[in-house]
Design a binder for this molecule. Structure first.
Ligand code: FAD
Length: 283
């Protein structure tokens, strides 16, 4: 048996249905911004999909090999996701559940159109009727209800999760949000839950002349620390996330109960190349 070995081969959480796998069909493709494409998936396979109830859920998507109509699917068991004997596991990547409608059986996933990668190529070329595999959803990390101040930082890959978090904030929460995108055309309208105070600061890469500059990390490190119970949620490029994580741990005393920091992708490396690097103890 070949085991799927990617990062978020997680189990379900208490109170949720077990993680399951299915095939889903592209229903439509809509440009959210010039570099963000929303694919809506449908089909009977999504019946019983236990997603869309919480913030920051994600799925693992399995992309068909080039020239083949459907990918081979793993099954979820005690060992995690397991492929049938002899099967070559397809290209698989994690994506956030942007929206799930359990009645209409529609799942929205927002793809950053970033350059070269099998996932992004497939999404760019996807047409109604195309099929991919889905495993999940897996729960993410969302702010505890008792956090009165939230610090949220991410790049455009984190935007679908950030949007889902803001839509579900508890009343009375204040959120300070930093999002790095390519330019102002990539800004999205972020809706917040009622009775919340959300301040969003957009950072544009096109205004940066220094290739070494890390605007997102700088913005977080320079942010005047708020009073009250603070919870931080950070996701995006792995080295940027590492810088922010180190700052929040070392300078602000945050720990795994108050900080969720997840590298989503690694500049210049595929996910497989990134994960085959020696484990960074600070990851
Ligand atoms: C829990 C989780 C949730 C995620 N949710 C989303 C989501 O909702 N939407 C989304 O778009 N992404 C999301 N991602 C990130 C996505 O999985 C990665 O960007 C993934 O690497 C894309 O796969 P690929 O096959 O296109 O490229 P890969 O084969 O992984 O990489 C090919 C090349 O593209 C580069 N690359 C990869 N991603 C980017 C990027 N964003 N910008 C610039 N260059 C890049 C790599 O550095 C590499 O050089 C999520 C990741 C995780 C872990």
């Amino acid at each position: 048996m070949a085991r799927d070995d990617e990062t978020t081969n997680r189990r379900s959480s208490p109170g949720r249905s077990p993680i399951r796998t299915c095939l889903a069909t592209v229903v439509r493709s809509v440009e959210v911004t010039p570099r963000m494409l929303r694919l809506t998936f449908g089909g009977d396979g999504l019946r019983g999909f236990d997603g869309g109830r919480q913030a920051d859920e994600h799925v693992k998507l399995f992309f068909p090999p080039k020239g083949e109509p459907i990918p081979v699917l793993p099954e979820f068991g005690p060992e995690g996701l397991v492929f049938p004997d002899g099967a070559t596991p397809p290209h698989a990547r994690n994506y956030t559940v942007r929206r799930f409608d359990p009645v209409g059986l529609e799942l929205d996933v927002d793809f950053v159109i970033h350059g070269n990668g099998r996932a992004v190529e497939w999404a760019r070329d996807a047409r109604p009727g195309d099929v991919l595999g889905i495993a999940g959803p897996a729960p993410g990390s969302h702010p505890p209800a008792d956090a009165d101040q939230l610090l949220i930082a991410g790049d455009e890959t984190a935007l679908p999760a950030v949007a889902s978090i803001l839509e579900r904030l508890a009343p009375g929460t204040r959120a300070h949000v930093f999002v790095e995108v390519a330019d102002r055309n990539e800004e999205q309208c972020l809706a917040a839950a009622p009775d919340t105070d959300v301040r969003v600061r957009w950072l544009h890469r096109d205004t940066t002349t220094d290739a070494e500059e890390d605007q997102l990390a700088d913005a977080v490190c320079e942010f005047p620390w708020p009073d009250g119970t603070v919870y931080a949620w950070v996701a995006g490029e792995a080295l940027t996330v590492r810088t922010i994580r180190r700052y929040l741990r070392n300078e602000r005393g945050m720990n795994r109960h108050t900080l969720h920091a997840a590298g989503y992708w690694r500049r210049g490396k595929t996910v497989e190349e990134w994960l085959s690097e020696p484990e960074d103890t600070d990851r």
